[in-house]
Design a protein around this ligand. Structure first.
Ligand SMILES: Nc1nc2c(ncn2[C@@H]2O[C@H](COP(=O)(O)OP(=O)(O)OP(=O)(O)O)[C@@H](O)[C@H]2O)c(=O)[nH]1
Ligand SMILES: [Mg+2]
Length: 279
């Protein structure tokens, strides 16, 4: 069985790529499953994937790196129940150190599983990180760079947002910083790009990896910087317009963040409707 571990910073496009890759694999009759992960208990990503009719399980309330046993149990569950051949496991965007805490134990105890690590970065964020611009504080930049270090495949994502000239510049920058890495320049909204990633995943074999040298004080400080709000809100409307109220609330939150010039790791909303639930 293949386990595709998908790491990378918040909002870099992991779930989008996973969903589109699942659609492709399902079309080719491959049994796929997804394991999502977050620090909170209400995983929007799980719901996105469920709505696409893909088998999904979740590790909540902490990173994969702190929940190895739960991850192992879910892998086994997907394997036994659904005869899954390929699992995508998306780690929370603030997680790193997966080689030591997940991949090496799997290699030792689960010889039936072949693991490949893809790490996603947003092409618009990466230059800031590499050039030390003040998008995030140092401890968060530290996590970002450590994530990249662990990649078997480094996916520079959202290239559709760049001009050709900008993309060429980016390729030069990435080649100079990561000459030893397998790098994909990807548009995860594009089928051909997703297929190229899948082909690269299939063709990648990694026999040995070196665990990261991690300063856990800095890692902990970075995670603490990434404060999050994880909330479920129910809106009721007398005039059948709860959806309008919900979108107004989303816009108000977005505007407040822009006005306060806050850096956003990720900001995601899932709106669902339940008609006539309460008068
Ligand atoms: N233009 C463009 N947008 C993308 C691409 N990939 C993802 N996105 C968008 O980026 C945003 C974040 O995508 P997600 O797939 O949720 O990212 P993620 O890494 O799973 O985010 P978290 O789980 O919150 O860390 C969404 O609005 C996506 O539609 C891409 O290749 N191009
Ligand atoms: Mg996600």
């Amino acid at each position: 069985m293949k386990l595709y571990l998908i790491g990378g910073f918040l909002g870099s496009g992991k779930t989008t790529a996973i969903l589109n890759a699942c659609v492709e694999l399902i079309r080719h009759k491959v049994n796929v499953g997804v394991i999502t992960n977050d620090q909170g208990a209400q995983l929007v990503d799980t719901k996105f994937i469920k709505y696409a009719n893909v088998s999904v399980k979740e590790v909540t309330d902490g990173c994969f790196c702190c929940n190895y046993n739960k991850l192992d149990e879910l892998i086994e569950n997907l394997k036994q129940k659904d005869n899954t051949e390929v699992i995508f496991a998306e780690s929370v965007g603030s997680c790193t150190d997966m080689i030591a805490t997940v991949v090496k134990p799997l290699q030792e105890f689960r010889t039936d599983i072949e693991t490949i690590i893809s790490v996603f970065v947003d092409v618009n964020v990466l230059p800031n990180i590499l050039q030390g611009a003040a998008l995030f504080v140092d401890s968060v930049n530290y996590i970002y760079k450590k994530q990249i270090q662990e990649a078997d495949i480094l996916v520079i994502n959202k290239i559709d947002t760049l001009s050709n000239t900008e993309l060429e510049k980016m390729k030069v920058l990435v080649a100079s910083k990561y000459p030893e890495k397998t790098v994909l320049f990807q548009n995860s909204l594009d089928e051909a790009s997703i297929n190229e990633w899948l082909t690269t995943l299939t063709g990648t074999k990694v026999t040995s990896r070196k665990s990261l040298d991690i300063d856990y004080d800095v890692y902990g400080a970075g995670e603490a910087e990434l404060a999050w709000l994880d909330l479920e809100i129910e809106l009721f409307s007398d005039d059948n317009n709860a959806f309008g109220g919900a979108t107004a609330l989303v816009s108000a939150i977005h505007s407040a963040i822009i006005d306060d010039k806050l850096s956003v790791g990720h900001l995601k909303f899932l709106l669902t409707m339940a008609c006539n639930k309460r008068k």
